[in-house]
Design a protein around this ligand. Structure first.
Ligand SMILES: Nc1nc2c([nH]c(=O)n2[C@H]2C[C@H](O)[C@@H](COP(=O)(O)OP(=O)(O)OP(=O)(O)O)O2)c(=O)[nH]1
Ligand SMILES: [Mg+2]
Length: 130
């Protein structure tokens, strides 16, 4: 089974977390996910996230602003996903969907209203515990 490493981040402001909707045409289209993406060869998870936050949302974050929160380990039919989830409360700029994706500041107590990839569901208690 192929192991795929993806870095993801919960951007948290007040009691809200930023979710992005996976665009039509991509796998898991329409589901709400944490920003992030595949870790490229030679990248640390932190460096991958700093790159993805710029590419996807147009914001700047530092490695020191990313703290480990939880991780997902989930078998999809064609690969196994290993996805560290970081917490970030401090960044520069205002997030906007730079790749045409919808984004929402979701109330941490209302995450059930956002259909998410199955890999993400075990991560939600860590967020609710914040
Ligand atoms: N970013 C992110 N990916 C997730 C989450 N949950 C989950 O199962 N995934 C899966 C979906 C994809 O199979 C994989 C991320 O791949 P992706 O295609 O979005 O990666 P990417 O941002 O590097 O985009 P691309 O350049 O490959 O198109 O991880 C999540 O919360 N956030
Ligand atoms: Mg992505």
């Amino acid at each position: 089974m192929k192991l795929v490493l993806v870095a993801a981040v919960a951007l948290v402001k007040d009691r809200r977390v930023l979710l992005a909707q996976r665009p039509a045409g991509k796998s898991l289209a329409g589901l709400w996910e944490f920003p992030g993406g595949k870790i490229e060869p030679g990248e640390s998870p932190e460096v991958a996230l700093i790159r993805e936050l710029d590419e996807e949302l147009g914001i700047t974050a530092s490695a020191q602003s990313l703290s480990p929160l939880a991780f997902a380990s989930h078998s999809y039919p064609d690969f196994h996903l290993l996805m560290p989830l970081y917490l970030c409360r401090d960044w520069q700029g205002t997030p906007h969907g730079r790749e045409g994706q919808a984004i929402e500041w979701a109330d941490i107590n209302s995450l059930d209203d956002y259909p998410m990839p199955p890999a993400d569901l075990p991560l939600l208690p860590s967020l609710r515990a914040l």
